[in-house]
Structure formats: structure tokens, C-alpha cells
Design a protein around this ligand. Structure first.
Ligand SMILES: Cc1cc2nc3c(=O)[nH]c(=O)nc-3n(C[C@H](O)[C@H](O)[C@H](O)COP(=O)(O)O)c2cc1C
Length: 170
């Protein structure tokens, strides 16, 4: 069974991106083992000088989890027409050490409604390319398509199909 690390790109505590990743993990548990990572918000801020110091434990843990995974899913909201700083920060920490190089990655933007998330996707793709990751697809998803009246996320048939096909590419 493929081991996938699913990273929540949001800085929020009650993140809808986290909810989405948990639903994805449960929905496809027969075919993939998807561990959800929700720790970006507490990582220290990257600074190149810190590479000459002892690596913070939280950073080592993230790097090890990325290293150990067969593939990565990143689901992110858009902040200021870009990715949240917490996500960019994590990517900066992994630039020199290269954990994402040749790693299959599925980037997902999960934003309130279409066409939001376009800028975040463009930016994320550029950073993943710079990290030499293998980008398998681009998946823009929208909250208004999957939220029910209790604000729970329920995948419809199309989203389930799209996600299933994209995960198979990892
Ligand atoms: C600082 C900030 C900036 C935002 N800028 C954008 C934006 O540029 N485009 C967008 O679609 N949504 C923007 N939003 C709204 C988020 O996309 C929305 O709150 C989303 O649900 C956050 O995902 P989460 O629930 O996983 O944290 C912004 C939110 C914050 C906090």
C-alpha cells in the first residue's frame, strides 16, 4: 500500500483544508495509507542562517515524514493571491536538503468558490518545480461544492472520481 503524506497548507486551527484531507484519507483508505500532517502553523520561521545551527525538532520531523512517504498531497487555501506563508515557509526549509526532489506531489487548492485559488496554485506549482518535485496533476477544488448545511464536507461523485484518478497518478 502506498504511503502518502497529506500536508494541510492552512494556518488556521479549524481549517477546511484539514477537514478535506481527513475526508480524502478516510474515503480512499482501501487503496492508500494517507497520513495527514497539520503542523505547518507551529514551524519556526526559516532563515538561511539557521541551516548552520541545530535543526529544530519540528523541522526534522516534517523532513523525515516527507522522506519516508512514497508521495505527497498538499491541500492549501489561498491567502493574498498566493499560498499561506506557513506553507511557503515549510518549502523553504526543505530547499537545501531537497526532500521534495523527485517526489510525486499532488497539489490541491481548496478555496471557498470558483475561480478562487488560481493564484495559489500557480505559485505552489512554481515552488514545487523549483524544489524539483514531480507534479502529477493540479486539482482546484471548491468548498461550495462539498459543504453540506452542517458545514461538513461530503464529496460528490465527480470530486470522488477526480481525487481517485489524481491519487492513482502518485
Ligand atoms: C490572510 C487571508 C487572506 C486571504 N486571501 C484570499 C485570497 O486571496 N483568495 C481566496 O480565495 N481566499 C482568500 N482568503 C480566504 C480563504 O481562502 C478561506 O478563508 C479558506 O476557507 C481558508 O481555508 P482553511 O479553512 O483551510 O483555512 C484569505 C484568508 C486569509 C486569512
Amino acid at each position: 500500500v502506498k504511503q502518502i503524506l497529506a500536508i494541510n497548507g492552512s494556518a488556521s486551527e479549524n481549517s477546511s483544508n484539514l477537514q478535506l484531507l481527513e475526508v480524502i484519507s478516510a474515503t480512499f483508505s482501501d487503496t492508500f495509507q494517507i497520513a495527514v500532517y497539520d503542523g505547518l502553523w507551529c514551524l519556526p520561521l526559516f532563515n538561511p542562517n539557521k541551516l548552520r545551527e541545530i535543526t529544530p525538532v519540528s523541522i526534522t520531523q516534517l523532513k523525515n515524514q516527507v522522506d519516508d512517504a512514497d508521495a505527497i498531497v498538499i491541500s492549501t487555501p489561498e491567502y493574498l493571491h498566493n499560498v499561506p506563508a506557513v506553507l511557503k515557509n515549510a518549502l523553504e526549509w526543505m530547499t537545501e536538503s531537497g526532500e521534495l526532489a523527485d517526489k510525486p506531489v499532488l497539489p490541491i487548492t481548496f478555496t471557498p468558490h470558483e475561480p478562487r485559488g488560481k493564484f495559489a496554485m500557480t505559485s505552489l506549482i512554481q515552488s514545487l518545480k523549483a524544489s524539483k518535485a514531480t507534479i502529477v496533476a493540479e486539482l482546484p477544488l471548491y468548498q461550495n461544492r462539498v459543504r453540506n448545511e452542517n458545514r461538513e464536507i461530503v464529496l460528490d461523485e465527480e470530486y470522488r472520481f477526480l481525487l481517485g484518478e489524481a491519487l492513482k497518478l502518485l
